[in-house]
Design a protein around this ligand. Sequence first.
Ligand code: ASP
Length: 443
Amino acid sequence: MRKVVKFGGSSLADSHQFEKVGNIIRADASRVYVVPSAPGKRFSGDRKVTDLLYDAYRAASEDADSGAVDAVLGKIRARYAEIIEGLGLGEFFLGADFDEIRKNLLEAPERDYVASRGEYLNGRIMARYLGYEFLDAKEVIFFDADGRLDAEKTNEVLRGRLESMPNAVIPGFYGCGADGRVKTFSRGGSDITGSIVARASGADVYENWTDVSGFMVADPRIVANPQSIDTITYRELRELSYMGASVLHEDAIFPVRHAGIPINIRNTNEPDAAGTWIVESTARQPKYTITGIAGKKDFCSVLISKALMNSEIGFYRRVSQAFEDHGVSVEHMPSGIDTMTVVVHESEFLNKEQQVVSEIHRQCSPDSIEIDSGLALIAVVGRGMKSTRGTAGRIFSALAHAHVNVRMIDQGSSELNIIIAVDNQDFETAIRAIYDIFVTTQL
Ligand code: ASP
């Protein structure tokens, strides 16, 4: 058994959290490869080290004055000093690293390099604390000239290096760009590094340790103490994270999915909780008919009507082209007999709406176009829905009882999800009503 363990920023925010992580790793000899994030927030209102590093970069690129850079670097240094001292690792051994970061900032600041140092330094500390080898992500994770992960080269090189390392710490969040310089993933990208390491090492499990005990059926800011999800498939997770459920970086599933490695989301502060398993496929029936509910506010719908639209070849294509030409991405496209609706993000669409509308008029000569805004989309996701009769009926009767007007319905052909649009102001009420009917009443 071989496990890759990734720890998020709040799990490594100070020496006390580091100790918890050390205990978790030592409790299971199969936890051989460790991917740390940078130290995160210690309390609400605190700043993550990555954010401080971005501050330092901003100060360096805007200010000629080295004092501002030194002030931020001082704060970052204090965070690492506390960890090193608290763990009893002896003297502060990152002095030369800090000199190098300062030099980069003052001479020719590089944004990604600076941001990546949070993980780099934490990785160095972690390696010393555990007595594991340190493997710099810059040597084994590669991006192509378009800035995308070069998955095959990375897998090849990383696999080769890990073969001769029985255990190692590989810092998260960054790798090497096509120009040979450090390049980072988007925020939260250490989740992707963990997944890459799991694939390359042929791990049996990718454990992703964070500060919640896995995924919840609904957002705890909307539903008080929601149930957690024991097992979720990659596809279900994809639907939920698209709608904003954010425990794991969206791109983190791809490397492990490729290799059929399950992800186990765990809680550093509650190490005995089983957490959530993310798997390719499972025979395990979900506890409830639905696996999860998630949603987002602020969408617009563009309703296009034209008599006999369905018999006009290329109509849908020309409509989508109008959106594409103006750089607006289409989120959903439910259709009727003589109508089609295009759902888009309000923020992307607002300042381009009139150009898109006139383009559709030019290309498609519709009878009318109506725009509606202030829509919230809610996805009700579950592999159990396919085999359960009356799911849609229950959702809509719950919403009717809660006095929520359903503005639009879109059921994917996978029968894995039902997407409902409601007014922004009904968003929370609708989610609670759906949660209650499926979970609280346990029907
Ligand atoms: N430290 C980085 C961030 O704050 C990456 C990560 O934590 O995954 O986004």
